[in-house]
Design a protein around this ligand. Structure first.
Ligand SMILES: CC(=O)N[C@H]1[C@@H](OP(=O)(O)OP(=O)(O)OC[C@H]2O[C@@H](n3ccc(=O)[nH]c3=O)[C@H](O)[C@@H]2O)O[C@H](CO)[C@@H](O)[C@@H]1O[C@H](C)C(=O)N[C@@H](C)C(=O)N[C@H](CCC(=O)O)C(=O)O
Ligand SMILES: Nc1ncnc2c1ncn2[C@@H]1O[C@H](COP(=O)(O)OP(=O)(O)OP(=O)(O)O)[C@@H](O)[C@H]1O
Ligand SMILES: N[C@H](CCC[C@H](N)C(=O)O)C(=O)O
Ligand SMILES: [Mg+2]
Length: 507
C-alpha cells in the first residue's frame, strides 16, 4: 500500500485498517466471515478484532492462550486441530471465527504477507551455519555500490538504506513482513535476508517472494533445537525445496560439507544453480588468494573468464562469503562485471574479524562472532597467516544452547590456538561453571577465567610482539546474559579498555 493511501476497510476519521479472512487467504469453519484489525502471535499483544495465531510451541501449545486472546477481544483464531481441541470450551459459543489448518505457521506467514502487502522488488535469502550475516551485508553493500536502495535483514537488525532493530535473525512472519513493507514504503528496492534454521523450520519466511537463495555451509550448531544433523540439514534445505519458486536461482558453496547435496536439492526443485567454489565445475570459482596485513587479493573466474580483485577483509572464508554475495547479486539481475567492480569497497560486518585494538608492542586484538566449532577453527586458521608469533584465544560457549558443541569448540581452539582462556558467553539460565567445564573437556590445557572482562585483560596481557588475540563468540553483541538479566558488555570496548589499562593509552 503506498504511504498515505487509505487502508482497506477504513471508514470516517478512525482509519483502522481491516482485512477480510479471504483477503488473508484464510477460510473459517462453517464459512464464517470476519474482518480482522491486526495479527498477533502472542496472546499478550492481542487487540480487539485481531486474528490470534495459537501455534504449536516448543514449551507449550499456543492453543493454551486462545482463552486469553478471546478475552482480549480477538476476532479470529488460527490454530491446528490440537489448539482447537485445547480451547474447545472457550471457543464454543464465542463469535470469533475459527480457522483450523494443518500448518498454522505457514498459514500465518501467508496471512502476514497479505496483511502487509508490499515487499522490496528483489529479496534474496541466505542460509548456512556460519556466514549468513556477512553474506547478507556484503550483498546489500554490492547493491548500494551499484546505486540501488538496499537493506540487509538479520542478526544485526535491518541495516542499509532503512534501519530498524530486530530481536531475531529471522523474525516471526508478522515482524518480518512489517519490516519488509516499511522498507519498501521507504523506497528500498533490494533486500538480502538471513534464513536461520529456526526460521526455516518454523516457516517464518515461507511467504516472502525470493528471487534467489544462498547456502554457505553446514556444520554443528543448534542441535538443542533440531532432533539431529539430518533434521538440521532438512530445515536448511527447505529454502531451496519449498520456498524458492521455480523461477528462483540457488547460489551454493560447493566446497562446504553437504554443498553437493544442497545443490542436488536445488536441482531437483528445478532451480537454476550457480555453483561457487574451487572445483572445475563451479561457475564462480576461486583460483587463488594472497593475504597481507589489511586484507587479501582474490583471483577468481566467472563462467571461465578470469578476474582479480582486492578485498579489505581478513580471512580466506570472507572471500567465500563475498563470492556467495556476488552470486546472489548476479542471480537477482545485476550485471556480473559491474558487481565485480564493487568488491574492493566491501567492508566487514561489525564484530566479524574486527580489529578492535593494537598494543604498543604491535600485537593486535580481533573480535569475532565465532560460536561454533567450525567457526572457531576457521577464524583461528584465517588469522594464522597474519601472525608471526603466538595466537591467543579468549572464548566460551552460550548457555541454553546446543550442549554437544561445547567440547568440540574447546577442541577446535586447542588445535588451532597456542594459548587459550575459557570464559563465559551468555550463560543464560545455566550454571556458568558447568558450561566452562564442558568446554574445558575439549581443551584441558586452557586457563579458566569466568569473568569475561578479566579473561580479555589476561589475554591482552599475554600478548608479546608478533602475537595476536582472538576474542571470540560475542562479536557485535552489546550484553552478557546471566539468568534473565542482560548486563551491558561489549568485547570491542573491553579490548580497548584492557589495552589502555596495560599500555597507558586509549586506542
Ligand atoms: C525456540 C524457538 O524458536 N521459539 C520460537 C517459538 O516459540 P516457542 O515454540 O518456544 O513458544 P512457546 O513458549 O512454546 O509458546 C507457544 C506459543 O504460545 C505463544 N504464547 C506464549 C505465552 C503467552 O503468554 N502467550 C502466547 O500467545 C507464543 O508466542 C508461541 O507462539 O515461536 C515463537 C513465535 O513464533 C518465537 O518467538 C520463538 O522464538 C524464541 C523467542 C527464540 O528465542 N528463538 C530463537 C532460538 C531463534 O529463533 N533463533 C534463531 C536462530 C539464531 C541463530 O541462527 O543462531 C533466529 O532466527 O533468531
Ligand atoms: N564462510 C564461513 N565459513 C566458516 N566460518 C565462517 C564463515 N563466515 C563466517 N564465519 C565465522 O562465523 C562467525 C559468524 O559469522 P556471521 O555472523 O556472518 O554468521 P551467521 O551465520 O550470521 O551467524 P548466526 O547464525 O549466529 O547469526 C564469524 O565471526 C566467523 O568466525
Ligand atoms: N544467534 C546465536 C548466537 C549465539 C552467540 C553466542 N554469543 C551465544 O550466546 O551462544 C544463538 O542464539 O545461538
Ligand atoms: Mg547471523
Amino acid at each position: 500500500m503506498p504511504p498515505g493511501a487509505p487502508a482497506e476497510g477504513c471508514a470516517g476519521m478512525t482509519e483502522i485498517k481491516t482485512k477480510s479472512l479471504a483477503g488473508l487467504g484464510l477460510t473459517a469453519q462453517g464459512g464464517a466471515e470476519a474482518r480482522v484489525t491486526g495479527l498477533s502471535v502472542d496472546s499478550r499483544t492481542v487487540k480487539p478484532g485481531h486474528l490470534f495465531a495459537g501455534l504449536p510451541g516448543t514449551r507449550v501449545h499456543g492453543g493454551e492462550f486462545i482463552q486469553y486472546a478471546l478475552r482480549m477481544g480477538a476476532g479470529a483464531i488460527l490454530t491446528d486441530a490440537e489448539g482447537a481441541r485445547i480451547a474447545a470450551e472457550e471457543l464454543a459459543g464465542n463469535p470469533a471465527a475459527l480457522i483450523v489448518v494443518e500448518e498454522p505457521r505457514a498459514a500465518l506467514a501467508y496471512a502476514a504477507a497479505l496483511w502487509f502487502e508490499a515487499q522490496p522488488d528483489v529479496v534474496v535469502a541466505v542460509t548456512g551455519t556460519n556466514g549468513k550475516t556477512s553474506v547478507a551485508s556484503f550483498t546489500r553493500q554490492i547493491w548500494q555500490a551499484l546505486g540501488l536502495s538496499a537493506v540487509n535483514v538479520g542478526t544485526t537488525g535491518v541495516e542499509g538504506d532503512w534501519e530498524a532493530p530486530l530481536a531475531h535473525t529471522t523474525p516471526e512472519p508478522i515482524t518480518l513482513h512489517r519490516v519488509l513493507a516499511e522498507a519498501a514504503a521507504a523506497g528500498v528496492t533490494h533486500a538480502a535476508m538471513e534464513a536461520s534454521s529456526h526460521g526455516l523450520a518454523q516457516r517464518r519466511l515461507d511467504a516472502v517472494h525470493l528471487a534467489a537463495g544462498g547456502f554457505t555451509n553446514l556444520t554443528q550448531d543448534h542441535l538443542d533445537y533440531h532432533a539431529d544433523f539430518e533434521d538440521y540439514f532438512a530445515a536448511k534445505a527447505g529454502l531451496f525445496s519449498r520456498i524458492l519458486s521455480d523461477d528462483g536461482v540457488a547460489v551454493i558453496q560447493m566446497d562446504s560439507l553437504r554443498g553437493t547435496e544442497m545443490a542436488e536439492v536445488a536441482d531437483r526443485a528445478g532451480l537454476e544453480v550457480i555453483r561457487v567454489g574451487r572445483g572445475e565445475t563451479c561457475h564462480l570459482r576461486i583460483l587463488g588468494l594472497r593475504f597481507d596485513a589489511t586484507g587479501q587479493d582474490v583471483r577468481f573466474s566467472w563462467n571461465g573468464t578470469i578476474h582479480q580483485t582486492r578485498l579489505e577483509l581478513i580471512g580466506g572464508f570472507q572471500s567465500e562469503n563475498v563470492m556467495i554475495a556476488a552470486g546472489l547479486a548476479i542471480a537477482s539481475g545485476s550485471d556480473p562485471t559491474e558487481v565485480f567492480k564493487t568488491l574492493p569497497q566491501l567492508r566487514g560486518v561489525r564484530g566479524r574479524m574486527q580489529l578492535a585494538a593494537t598494543r604498543t608492542n604491535g600485537a593486535a586484538v580481533y573480535v569475532d562472532y565465532a560460536h561454533t566449532p567450525d567457526a572457531l577453527a576457521t577464524a583461528l586458521k584465517a588469522l594464522r597467516p597474519h601472525v608471526m608469533g603466538r595466537l591467543i584465544c579468549v572464548f566460551g560457549a552460550g548457555g541454553d544452547r546446543d550442549r554437544g558443541k561445547r567440547p568440540l569448540m574447546g577442541a577446535a581452539v586447542a588445535e588451532n590456538a597456542d594459548v587459550a582462556f575459557v570464559t563465559d558467553d551468555n550463560p543464560r539460565t545455566e550454571d556458568p561453571a558447568a558450561i566452562r567445564a564442558a568446554v574445558l573437556e575439549g581443551c584441558p590445557g586452557a586457563t579458566e577465567v569466568g569473568d569475561r572482562a578479566e579473561a580479555i585483560l589476561r589475554g591482552v596481557d599475554a600478548l608479546q610482539p608478533g602475537d595476536a588475540l582472538l576474542v571470540a563468540g560475542k562479536g557485535h553483541e552489546q550484553g552478557q546474559t546471566v539468568g534473565d538479566t542482560v548486563y551491558p558488555f561489549d568485547d570491542v570496548e573491553q579490548a580497548s579498555v584492557a589495552v589502555a589499562a596495560l599500555d597507558g593509552h586509549l586506542t
